[in-house]
Design a protein around this ligand. Structure first.
Ligand SMILES: [Zn+2]
Length: 436
C-alpha cells in the first residue's frame, strides 16, 4: 500500500480525467457564431508565430547580478507592441527593472475577464546542451524551439493575439477584457502578488491562466508548503559523543515522523481525481548547516527542508500545526530535542467548480473551436493563478499549448497548430464569458 501510494503520489501528472461536464452547453445562436467567426478571421497564424519568436528572442531569465537579467526588455517590447495596436497600457515596477504590464479593453458595462501570462522564463542551463539555440526561436517540423516557447511566451502571444482579434473585429461587446502580464512567476510570484495588493485585480469575474497544459482545461491546482526545521544540537568530538547533543539523529526522527504524517494525510484525503495524492517530501537535509563538515565532528545544527504538496480538502494551518505537534512530541520523548519550524512559502491549492461561468465558458469555447469535448485536468504545481484565486477570490481556469513535461527542459518547444488552437480557444472563451 505504502509503496503503491508513494509511487502514484509522485506521478502527479497522471491525467485522471473524471469524465466530461454533465451539462455542457455551447450556443448555436447564429449571431454569436458569426461574431466568433469574424473574430477568428482576425487571428493570423504567421503573426502569432512571429510574436512568439520575438518574445523568445528577448531573454528574460531573472539573473539578479546581470544588468539585463530581468523582464524589463520584454516588458518594454510588449508595451510598445500593445500601444501600437491601440491598447491603453499600464506598467508598474515590482522590483528594479522588473515591471508588470497590463492592458484593458473596455466594452459596454458587463463582466470582466482577465488573461494572464508571465514574462519571465527559467534558466536555459548550459546552452551547449541545446540542439537549438535557446533564444532564437528556431522553427522546425511545425514547432517553435526556445526558452519560453511553451512556458509561457507562446501562450502569452496567443492571449495577446486573441484579445487583439476581438479588438480588430470591431464588434461591440459587453464587459472588460484585461491582459495581465506580470514578472517573476518562476520565482516568488512577486508580480501577481503586487498586481493584487495594488488593487488591480478588483472587480474581475474570471481569469484564464495561460500556461502549457496541452489545451486541457485545468480546474484545480496543487497547493505547496515549504517548511524548514532547524534542529539544535551541541558540537562535540566524534570520539566523545556523550559530551555533545547530536542534531542529526534527532533530525532523522523528525523525518521518519513526517513520513508517517504523509501516510495519515493520504489515508484521510485519498486521491484527487486530477492531482493524485498529497505528498510530504523532505528535499534538504544539511548538517552542519553553515560550518565545514568533518567526519570526526558532531555538528551543532541540522536543517531539514520539506516540500509539501497539497490537494483540495487539506488545510495548510492544520498541517503546520501537525508538524509543530510532532516537534512537541519528540521533545516530550527526549528533553534534549530542540527544534524550530519556519514556513518559508505558502501557496494554497485551488479548485474552481465545474459550474463556474469561467469553466462553462471555456467548455463551450472548446467545443466551438475543436468540435470536440474538452479534457479536464489539474495543474501539478502552483501558478500566478494560485494567488488570483486565493488572495483575490477570482475563479480561475488554466490552459494553453505545450506538452506538460517540456517546460524547464532543454530544447523547449511548442507546436504551432496547438498554439493556434489555444489562441482561438482564448478568444472564444472571452466571448462566451462576456456574452452569456
Ligand atoms: Zn509558466
Amino acid at each position: 500500500m505504502r509503496e503503491q501510494t508513494t509511487r502514484q503520489a509522485q506521478d502527479g501528472l497522471t491525467p485522471m480525467g473524471e469524465g466530461y461536464l454533465q451539462e455542457t452547453w455551447a450556443t448555436s445562436e447564429p449571431e454569436f457564431l458569426n461574431m466568433l467567426q469574424t473574430v477568428w478571421k482576425n487571428i493570423d497564424k504567421e503573426e502569432l508565430v512571429a510574436l512568439t519568436r520575438d518574445l523568445i528572442r528577448i531573454p528574460s531569465v531573472f539573473r539578479p547580478n546581470s544588468p539585463s537579467g530581468n523582464e524589463k526588455h520584454v516588458a518594454e517590447f510588449l508595451t510598445r507592441y500593445l500601444e501600437e495596436e491601440g491598447f491603453t497600457v499600464q506598467t508598474e515596477e515590482v522590483a528594479p527593472n522588473r515591471p508588470n504590464v497590463w492592458a484593458v479593453m473596455e466594452g459596454s458595462p458587463g463582466k470582466t475577464i482577465l488573461f494572464e501570462g508571465h514574462t519571465d522564463v527559467v534558466t536555459e542551463g548550459d546552452s551547449e546542451d541545446w540542439r537549438y539555440p535557446p533564444f532564437e526561436g528556431v522553427i522546425e517540423g511545425g514547432r517553435i524551439y526556445g526558452r519560453g516557447a511553451c512556458d509561457t511566451k507562446g501562450n502569452l502571444a496567443a492571449a495577446i493575439m486573441a484579445v487583439r482579434a476581438i479588438k480588430r473585429a470591431g464588434q461591440p461587446f459587453p464587459g472588460r477584457i484585461i491582459l495581465c502580464i506580470p514578472v517573476d512567476e518562476e520565482g516568488l510570484m512577486l508580480g501577481i502578488k503586487q498586481f493584487i495588493k495594488a488593487g488591480h485585480a478588483e472587480g474581475i469575474d474570471g481569469a484564464v491562466i495561460c500556461e502549457p497544459e496541452e489545451n486541457q482545461l485545468c480546474v484545480t491546482q496543487k497547493g505547496a508548503l515549504r517548511i524548514s526545521v532547524r534542529v539544535q544540537g551541541k558540537m562535540a568530538h566524534g570520539a566523545m559523543p556523550l559530551s555533545g547533543i547530536n542534531p542529526i539523529t534527532r533530525a532523522a526522527r523528525f523525518i521518519v515522523a513526517v513520513e508517517e504524517l504523509e501516510r495519515e494525510e493520504i489515508l484521510k484525503h485519498g486521491k484527487d481525481p486530477f492531482l493524485g495524492y498529497p505528498s510530504f517530501t523532505p528535499t534538504i537535509m544539511m548538517a552542519p548547516e553553515n560550518a565545514e563538515p568533518q567526519i570526526n565532528v558532531m555538528p551543532a545544527q541540522a536543517l531539514v527542508a520539506l516540500d509539501i504538496r497539497t490537494i483540495p480538502g487539506q488545510s495548510h494551518p492544520e498541517i503546520i500545526q501537525m508538524l509543530k505537534d510532532c516537534l512537541v512530541r519528540l521533545k516530550a520523548e527526549d528533553p534534549l530535542f530542540e527544534a524550530e519550524l519556519d514556513v518559508i512559502e505558502e501557496r494554497p491549492w485551488t479548485e474552481t467548480p465545474m459550474s463556474d461561468p469561467v469553466v462553462q465558458s471555456m467548455t463551450a469555447a472548446y467545443i466551438q473551436t475543436t468540435g470536440e469535448k474538452p479534457y479536464y485536468n489539474g495543474v501539478p504545481g502552483a501558478t500566478d493563478g494560485t494567488f488570483l484565486h486565493s488572495w483575490a477570490g477570482i475563479p480561475i481556469i488554466t490552459t494553453g499549448a505545450g506538452n506538460r513535461l517540456v517546460p524547464h527542459q532543454k530544447d523547449e518547444w511548442v507546436d504551432i497548430e496547438e498554439l493556434e488552437t489555444a489562441c482561438k480557444l482564448y478568444a472564444a472563451t472571452a466571448l462566451n464569458f462576456l456574452l452569456y
